[in-house]
Design a protein around this ligand. Sequence first.
Ligand SMILES: C[S@@+](CC[C@H](N)C(=O)[O-])C[C@H]1O[C@@H](n2cnc3c(N)ncnc32)[C@H](O)[C@@H]1O
Length: 206
Amino acid sequence: MPHDTQVSYYEELLEKHGDKSPLSLDWKSAESQTLRFQILEQLFSIAGKGRGFSILDIGCGLGDFFGFLKKRGFRFSYTGYDISERMVAAARRKHPEAKFEVADILESHIPQRSDFVFCSGAFNLRFMDEEEHLEKVKAILLRMYELSKIGVGANFLSRGALRETGSGNYHYFKPEDLVKYCRSFCSRFMLRHDYHPADFTLFLLR
Ligand SMILES: C[S@@+](CC[C@H](N)C(=O)[O-])C[C@H]1O[C@@H](n2cnc3c(N)ncnc32)[C@H](O)[C@@H]1O
């Protein structure tokens, strides 16, 4: 089952590197992880909402996006979802003031919509064939959009970029494919492909 393989993959990394290291989330460095958060954070100003909002974080891992936003001084309520029970347990220990649940966005009932729905890094690794992965990610994007009241922010590895690296398990997306798909249900969007040669972020606005 791709699901189990994915959970074991991340839980083995967590076992090896501990709950303070971005390596547990398959980020190459803390800088790599933070760069994605810095871009995602810009959605608040793009949407013109600077405080007092609700956030849903899909594939939250250790809740590091919550920690990042808190340090940046934002006031918000936060719920993080992850398919790994161990990740969620570690995230709860690290950030007792936030809410974390074990859930797959496509399979679980998510009880309420939030102002912003984010996903950072959870689409980078593929545990099924390419076509299936692309279809699953599209379905997740649509679900994220349905669950958002103001907007969605998500990042992806970029195909054809100069520095395509990795073991073969990484999935590189064509930005134009995702833009084309998202335009079928969303007419206000932004594509950021300027902060890293092999990564891009999509913002979808309601
Ligand atoms: C690369 S890590 C990123 C964690 C976090 N977003 C960060 O940037 O620190 C990806 C996480 O997404 C989780 N994940 C992958 N697919 C998921 C899904 N469909 N629903 C919920 N979590 C998922 C994995 O278990 C893993 O913890």
